[in-house]
Design a protein around this ligand. Structure first.
Ligand SMILES: [Zn+2]
Length: 68
């Protein structure tokens, strides 16, 4: 039996790709990042490793403020 394709997401902190389930999902709301704990937040999702380094980089990133 073939296993299904695992959706990959890119960490915005370090740029590595990982299965969605390994990454934290953040949502940009009003220019600020909110951690989406249960997957229920609406909005643009941003993924990040569950590592302090990545989360700090993400928090410092200016790019996330750009909404399109
Ligand atoms: Zn990362």
């Amino acid at each position: 039996m073939r296993r299904g394709h695992v959706p990959q997401r890119t960490c915005r902190g370090c740029g590595r790709k990982a299965p969605k389930s390994e990454l934290l999902r953040f949502v940009v709301t009003e220019g600020a990042l909110a951690l989406d704990q249960c997957g229920g937040l609406a909005g643009r999702g941003i993924y990040c490793c569950n590592h302090t380094t990545c989360r700090e980089r993400l928090a410092k990133s200016k790019k996330i403020r750009k909404t399109d």
